[in-house]
Design a protein around this ligand. Sequence first.
Ligand SMILES: NC(=O)c1ccc[n+]([C@@H]2O[C@H](COP(=O)([O-])OP(=O)(O)OC[C@H]3O[C@@H](n4cnc5c(N)ncnc54)[C@H](OP(=O)(O)O)[C@@H]3O)[C@@H](O)[C@H]2O)c1
Length: 317
Amino acid sequence: MKIAIIGSNGQLGYDLRRILSSQQIPPMAGSTQVASLPSAERRQIIPLTHQDIEIANTEMVNNILGEIRPNIVINTAAYHRVEDCEIEYNKAFTVNAIGARNLAQTCQRFGATLVHISTDYVFDGKKGEPYVEEDVPNPLNTYGVTKLAGEYFVKNYCEKHLIVRTAGLYGIMGSRAKGGSFIDTMLNLAQERSELMVVDDQIVSPSYTLDVAKRIEELLAVQKSCSERSESNGVFHVANSGQCSWYDFASKIFEVAGLKVNIKRTSQEELRSKIKRPRYSALGSSRIQPLGLEPLRPWQEALAAYVAERKTALKTI
Ligand SMILES: NC(=O)c1ccc[n+]([C@@H]2O[C@H](COP(=O)([O-])OP(=O)(O)OC[C@H]3O[C@@H](n4cnc5c(N)ncnc54)[C@H](OP(=O)(O)O)[C@@H]3O)[C@@H](O)[C@H]2O)c1
């Protein structure tokens, strides 16, 4: 089985490579092991970076995937600096929507499954409790609109697909587009400043890319074994359990890292942010349990595991 990972040197792409090419990492606590994909030795992982493929280029997508003929394509690529998307809206649409369309059409042509990564920013935040897959999206900014358009292209152009909405990602590689994760930013700022201001009016589900990657592997395994495709196809919300504000998250980061930092609450209004963001975008799932999967571990546990991994990685890199 051939699995192509697009954006393979990105934050999530890196952990997808680790998870899908290894069986050394045990299943997550609380997760029932369900029917599996072929063993790691029988999976061929094809990592594709931006240098290898430009998803906005229809011909290139067709040629490269036509040569590889993967059974599964996982697309982590996106134009996702939210502020820049407002200014460069053409580029945002070209990558996030047309790019997804190119992949969807090509996967359909070759009979491949497309796993497309999307975002909690497709929601407007008015619900005030965790969004599940059935909730109606209503994005507030260009990034969210273009990602939602990408979802529709995938849904309508590629029969076998998974649209994985995730949120507040952090991982050992850090986001390439954003120059690191929120955790990196907080830990770096803590060394430079005596006082930090962090927004307290945006509630999210921070998620560890290693957990998200593992869940994607599980969803693909379920899809392979499910006779009824509608149960395992379509949109899935994949985020660590629970919710917190960015202020709460920053406080916990410093606590887990053993740092004393003077941290103050602020709001989007006080920071005079010109971009509309959902005030509440925590993700829940109504589709995971019927497939025999448990919710991902709470964000506090995932954060502690990440900080421990980060310490080891910094020692070894
Ligand atoms: N980060 C978050 O907090 C967050 C939250 C919710 C959802 N998401 C979604 O999660 C996905 C992965 O995020 P991430 O944090 O792993 O991103 P990332 O670290 O920035 O990685 C994205 C990868 O995609 C590549 N790429 C970008 N544009 C491309 C294009 N046009 N064609 C081909 N490759 C391209 C990048 O390469 P270059 O860097 O070389 O361009 C990079 O390797 C994205 O779809 C994003 O919308 C992210």
